[in-house]
Write a protein that binds this ligand. Sequence first.
Ligand code: HEM
Length: 461
Amino acid sequence: MGTPHTVPAGTRRARTVPLHQVVPGLARDPARALVGFGERADGEVIRLHLGSFRPYLVSEPDHVQQVLKDRAEDFARTGDGAFWRPLGRLFGEGILGAGPIWADSRRILQPLFTARRVEALMAGMAETIAEAVAELDEPARAGRPVDMLAEQARIVCRAIMRALFADRISVPDALRIMRAQDAIATSVIPRLLVPFAPMWLPMPGDRTFRDAVRCIDEILVPIVREARATAADGDDIIATLWRGRTADGQPLDERRVRNDTVSMVAVTTETTINVLAWLWPHLKQSPEIAARLQEEIDRVVGGDRVGPEHLPRLRYTRMVLDELVRLYPVGWLEPREATRSTSLGGVRIEAGATLLVSPLITQRMARHWERPEVFDPERFAPERARSRHRYAFFPFGGGPHQCLGMHLFYQEALLIVANLLSRYRLTVRGPAVPDVRLAAALRPGSRVLLELRQVRPLAAA
Ligand code: HEM
């Protein structure tokens, strides 16, 4: 079927969920409310009334595929759309935006993330992760519980700053940036929840947001400037950006290199750290899954140092990661804007309307997932995964804006989990699975404290 250029006859208006039914749920438990709207949509495109902001909610896999991939020109990513507009003030125009500027950034950065390139990074990354994990020996010996979000931040920053940023950004600076990102992720919540509030209207969190952006710029802008002189021989992200050219052959200016550096630091750190934080509470809740995971890692890794050669055999571990990004797709909202009047699933969509596509919703809908709230990696056994619609599971998006880091994420996360579980036995303290807190990424609503018992010293290199 060709792409329709006028609204076809026979289309209907979307069923709507009125304001008084939308707002209370969103305020109480936004994640649950969103999934509830998906269930109510029951396969249709529906419309949420949020005052003057009336986005369409797209939850059916076939519709998701049309929006993200098949008809991506009709449904553009909105750099300045209502939802991510507050974050646009941090990232500026570039890889997280849209249009020709995004296209330049995508073309320049993509070669850094091919499967072959990621494979080539793995030996070094395995070593860095092993070293960073080994620093947990000390609290393990002292019997001191650790805050797993903080420890994962340290491990991920060490691995990523070396592999992708050639250590141009030090780990302490990366951790300071992460703290500022944390402040940003939380300070934008009021604006995410009231997306129709104009930017001139002061909102709680605005000052924190501005201070955090300033802090990130104070760290990164001098590093970006300095990197220019040595860009000719580096293959890290900042050097690659400096060497990049726009479609008409011009070098990127400092603003654009800054924007993409800030964006890439955010997407390479925050995402992985937050996904992995959910693993430990789920292992506590499901001892049989924990035992199977442990058995696989013991069998595959044994007493060795974890290396790239182990990763293809960590099949169950990979299924566990899939199940984590099903329940906790950190990029939980992928808003799009209709570039012209059109229709979707028989429903009329006017030019300029916002469409909300959310893996959090679709991946937790009972229409598509049996007992969706249960943590069950078996869903990702190859034979079961094959029978599923490609867009029933899209934690990394799809189409032209598909996540560049998907392959890297799985490899890096396998290394981290295998290192941790081959070296320690980990026990979560406190309540089982924290509630989901919706911020710029999905994060646990409470701290994840772990007790560690060392079972194996690091094998000699
Ligand atoms: C090493 C880690 C990662 C890197 C380097 C990375 C990189 C990126 C980049 C550069 C984009 C923008 C692509 C574009 O618009 O052209 C992107 C988009 C995206 N990423 Fe990642 N990412 C990483 C981890 C993750 C993780 C762990 C998740 C979720 C589980 C995730 C989910 C997404 C989603 C959903 C989008 C698409 C957003 C949209 O379509 O509007 N990413 N990622």
